[in-house]
Design a protein around this ligand. Sequence first.
Ligand SMILES: [Zn+2]
Ligand SMILES: [Zn+2]
Length: 169
Amino acid sequence: MSERTTPEPLPAELRALAAEAEALATRTAEVATRLRAAPDGTLQRLARPIAKATHDLSDYTDEVVRTAEDLARVRVARDPSLCDVPWGVCPAHGVTLRASGDRAFCTAPGCVGEWDYDRLHTPCAEPATAVVTDEDGVTARMCGAHLRDVTERMAGCTVAGLDHRSSKG
Ligand SMILES: [Zn+2]
Ligand SMILES: [Zn+2]
């Protein structure tokens, strides 16, 4: 790659944008309050679009904050000691997640697993317990839940356990 790459945005940049929007929304809301308090009916009516703008800003803030959280999760998932699989699992039950809007939950009976983000479509960040090599020689680090799934579905892959325990007892 000789081409210069655009620097990747950081979660902190997004959080700073959200904070600016929040400050802006506060000022906009204050303007709406003053318009509503005006003795002139025409001015009072103008409070409405400003209130809408305030609302839009708060939607914007929510969206940007959520994206900052997702970005932070993606960055955490790059940690080489974590599972490489680009989608999430229930740590207890494996590939049983279902996403619903910005949330995800485990469909295993009796499981209370529920996440306030779309865990299903977020890279897995569970600790890796083994390195799996498929028939084509492609290797991936996997958590226990993903390992169970892949060994059930795929024949011919090789599993090498990662020993997390220290050798000096
Ligand atoms: Zn579960
Ligand atoms: Zn995993």
